[in-house]
Every structure is written in structure tokens, then in C-alpha cells.
Ligand binder design. Structure first.
Ligand code: PGA
Length: 255
């Protein structure tokens, strides 16, 4: 049985270089690749690296992107929206045509219709490489821990720990949205290849559970264990509990 591959780097920067090299490899082998993209603080270093790769000659003109999620109620030009984030960190600096960029509209009047619109986009594409972060509670996208998970794009009530974690991006006067739209587990699990990035010691426990624990809906990232091509790209802090339990990729990571 295939296991989740784990790569442990000394720091987030080298992990981001490795991740960007994988993205480049995917694009080079198939210029019209479809990338599933994530937001949050974790992939910022990856996007920065991709911008550098683009400046040094990598064209992304054939690439199509599909983002994972968006806050309900935020318009694309809201500085905390994921649409704004993606333009700020990546799209404004590379050559992906706007028509090949797919983002959810958190300010859609009819959210159900917006979910259906997005599912139609997902159905008509095969994601070659899905980039993921992970929540401290094990969410992927905004698929929060629950007794049952959804396959399709849906509106979700954010978990208190997610609201708490994301409040750091909002000023004191701003209220953190409590709902989001997210792609479901199907879009993620049907991607040909998945790269999950996690940095920092606050992720160490959930990473251990996702890699070594039982597959369970109370820890959505554990479902990645059933996918045939998943790599977790970690810094040493996020790998701490794995290492404590004797997990080494090949030779023990340098002290
Ligand atoms: P973070 O978020 O990268 O800001 O830690 C990850 C996530 O919630 O998926």
C-alpha cells in the first residue's frame, strides 16, 4: 500500500523551494496543467518562489488554477478575501491569463448557485497538482472536522479554532467571517497529485495524526491516506511529533 510521502526540511524557505520545483516540474511536463491552489500563511513562500521562477523564465501562460475556498461575505477586492490574496501573492506577478483563474465568489447573492457553478468548473477539469495547507484541527480547504464530510462544493460554518487562528489576519475592528465556501473532498481526492505544506510547531500534532492516525472525518486531512500520490512537505517544527515517534524519511534529519 502506498503511504503518504513525507519530506522534512530545515526551514519553511527550503521547503518552499522544493515545492515550487515540483510545481515547475508539473508545468514543464504539461504546460496546460491544472493547479489546485490554497491560501493561508503557509503557501506564501511557495508563491514567492514561483514568482521568482517566472521572472527567471518559467511561463505559466497555459496553466489553469482552481482555488479551494473563500470567506462568505467578502468581495474579491476585500483585502482579507482569498481572491485578493491570490492576486497579491501570485496572479499579479505571473502570466496566467485571468480567464484561466477560477476563484469562488464569497459575495455571491445565491451561494448555492455559486457552489454549483464551481462544481461545474471542477467537473470539467482534472487537477494535476493540488496544493494544500492544513488547519490546526486537521481541516483541508475549509472541510472542517465533522461526523460526516461533503464531497461537493458547499457552504461551511467555520470551526471556532479556525476563526480563532484566522483572526490574526483581521484588524480588531474587522469581524472574522464565520462562514466560508469550500470545495469538497471529491475535488481534492481526485487530484492526480497532492502536496500538503505545513510549517511550525502548532501543526506538529495534527501532522502526526494525519500521517499515522486512523482515517477519520474528525480529522479530514487523514483522508489523504487513501490517495495514491500525496507528499507532506514539512519544516522540522511541523515534523516534531513524527520525529519523536521515530519517523525518519531515510536518514535522521540533521540536528
Ligand atoms: P495557515 O492556514 O497556512 O494560515 O496556517 C492553513 C489552513 O487553515 O488550511
Amino acid at each position: 500500500m502506498r503511504k503518504i510521502q513525507v519530506r522534512i526540511f530545515d526551514n519553511a524557505e527550503t521547503a518552499a523551494v522544493y515545492s515550487a520545483a515540483i510545481v515547475e516540474q508539473v508545468i514543464r511536463s504539461k504546460p496546460k496543467s491544472v493547479l489546485g491552489l490554497a491560501t493561508g500563511s503557509t503557501p506564501i513562500a511557495l508563491y514567492k518562489q514561483l514568482v521568482d521562477f517566472h521572472r527567471s523564465g518559467l511561463s505559466m501562460a497555459g496553466v489553469t488554477t482552481i482555488n479551494l475556498d473563500e470567506y462568505v461575505g467578502l468581495a474579491p477586492d476585500h483585502p482579507q478575501s482569498y481572491s485578493y490574496y491570490m492576486h497579491h501573492h501570485l496572479f499579479d506577478h505571473v502570466d496566467i491569463p485571468e480567464s484561466q483563474i477560477h476563484l469562488l465568489r464569497g459575495d455571491a447573492e445565491d451561494l448555492e448557485q455559486e457552489c454549483q457553478r464551481y462544481d461545474n468548473i471542477i467537473r470539467s477539469h482534472t487537477i494535476d497538482l493540488q496544493i494544500l495547507g492544513i488547519g490546526v484541527n486537521g481541516h483541508i480547504g475549509f472541510n472542517e472536522p465533522d461526523s460526516a464530510l461533503k464531497a461537493n462544493t458547499h457552504v461551511v460554518q467555520l470551526a471556532p479554532e479556525t476563526i480563532q487562528a484566522n483572526s490574526r489576519f483581521f484588524t480588531a475592528e474587522e469581524t472574522v467571517p464565520t462562514q466560508a465556501i469550500t470545495v469538497g473532498l471529491q475535488a481534492i481526492l481526485l487530484a492526480k497529485q497532492v502536496l500538503l505544506l505545513a510549517f511550525g510547531k502548532e501543526k506538529a500534532k495534527v501532522i502526526y495524526e494525519a500521517v499515522k492516525g486512523d482515517v477519520r472525518t474528525s480529522l479530514p486531512a487523514s483522508l489523504l491516506q487513501v490517495h495514491p500520490n500525496v507528499t507532506f512537505v514539512l519544516d522540522r517544527a511541523a515534523a516534531e511529533v513524527l520525529i519523536e515517534h521515530g519517523f525518519y524519511t531515510s536518514t535522521p534529519p540533521r540536528a
